[in-house]
Design a protein around this ligand. Structure first.
Ligand code: FES
Length: 100
């Protein structure tokens, strides 16, 4: 099992099997990562892997539509497109603080 720490949700933690989808774990455990489509289109699930980036899978083409190379290098991912195979901690900008 792996541990995911939801930093923007008060640092709550959840455990999940290896190779779990990050958004699915967030939904199941009430981690709180924002989302809309769940399918890689809307970009709402944008988050930042603050530690354990090496425990995430390869960046998908859909993510590159929303994230620049600099974003990716800084650890940004789209949670619905990201699978996790080791411990990570993740943060995000709350919807209420995003520019529309
Ligand atoms: S929830 Fe829409 S892109 Fe991830």
């Amino acid at each position: 099992m792996i541990t995911i720490t939801f930093l923007t949700n008060g640092g709550m933690t959840a455990t999940a099997p290896e190779n779990s989808n990050l958004l699915r774990v967030s939904l199941r455990e009430k981690g709180g990562i924002p989302f809309k489509c769940g399918g890689g289109l809307c970009g709402t699930c944008r988050c930042k892997i603050e530690s354990g980036l090496e425990h995430t899978d390869a960046v998908k083409p859909k993510e590159r539509k929303h994230l620049t190379e600099a974003d990716l290098a800084a650890g940004h991912r789209m949670a619905c497109q990201t699978f996790v195979n080791g411990d990570i901690s993740v943060s995000w900008i709350p919807l209420s603080e995003r520019k529309r």
